[in-house]
Ligand binder design. Structure first.
Ligand code: ATP
Ligand code: ZN
Length: 210
């Protein structure tokens, strides 16, 4: 029997819930902060602890058979993987925000404007679908400071509470995408008996919670 590999986030917002759902499936493994890989004692499975950004590609390329990662990261990576199950945690919304003083009320007003984001792929797709021709400034973090510094007219980022927007003088303008953690598999692994067994266990954990 082949030992499956599942990639989960090493540390960050999805780590704890990812570990918890696997433990609730009855999987027994050690979860040391320092280890990059854990072997499950009672199921043919190894757990790889990775940065979330690397997970879609690892699963696409079959280095890991399964993964748990935010839909936003999967879509941004353009990864060709199978979606097995939304997991109900890591929920967030990607929004376009503008300065609180801005008079922008319609998408078309973003034509010719600069938008700072670390999600250029998702943003470009949305703008193209809505026939908006804006300049996307790809920056890797703290996009919220852009408008205040005159670096951009708007931002596109994950917003959960809106507190960060407000404290940077911004207001949400358009909701573009809702995201949550997703169980994904390499193409072709969906029918593997151990994958199906694990999926069934995860689904009953989710049902018990609902
Ligand atoms: P890594 O070190 O693994 O690269 P990261 O800093 O990129 O981690 P986290 O901040 O841990 O990522 O977020 C992981 C995922 O959690 C996001 O991609 C998103 O799907 C989800 N998420 C849920 N709520 C939020 C939020 N308020 N802000 C950011 N991400 C959130
Ligand atoms: Zn990341």
């Amino acid at each position: 029997m082949k030992t499956l590999k599942i990639a989960i986030q090493k540390s960050g917002r999805l780590n704890e819930k990812s570990v918890e759902i696997l433990k609730n499936c009855g999987l027994s493994f050690e979860n040391y902060k320092s280890s990059l890989i854990a072997t499950v004692a009672n199921f043919p499975l190894e757990i790889l602890f990775l940065r979330d950004d690397d997970i879609p590609e690892y699963v696409q390329d079959g280095i890991a058979d399964l993964g748990i990662v935010g839909e936003n990261v999967i879509i941004e990576a353009g990864a060709d993987v199978s979606y097995l199950q939304p997991l109900g945690f890591g929920k967030c919304t990607l929004k376009i925000a503008v300065q609180s003083t801005s008079n922008i009320t319609e998408l078309s007003q973003l034509n010719g404007k600069a938008i700072a984001t670390s999600y250029p792929v998702i943003l470009q797709k949305y703008l193209s679908e809505n026939n908006v021709d804006a300049q996307i400034r790809n920056i890797s973090g703290s996009v919220e400071i852009g408008p205040g510094l005159g670096l951009s007219d708007a931002i596109f980022d994950i917003v959960s509470t809106g507190g960060t927007l407000k404290s940077n003088g911004l207001k949400a303008f358009k909701n573009v995408m809702d995201s949550q953690a997703m169980l994904i598999a390499s193409k072709g692994m969906e029918l593997n008996p151990e994958v199906l067994e694990l999926l069934q266990r995860i689904q009953s954990v989710l049902r018990a919670k609902a």
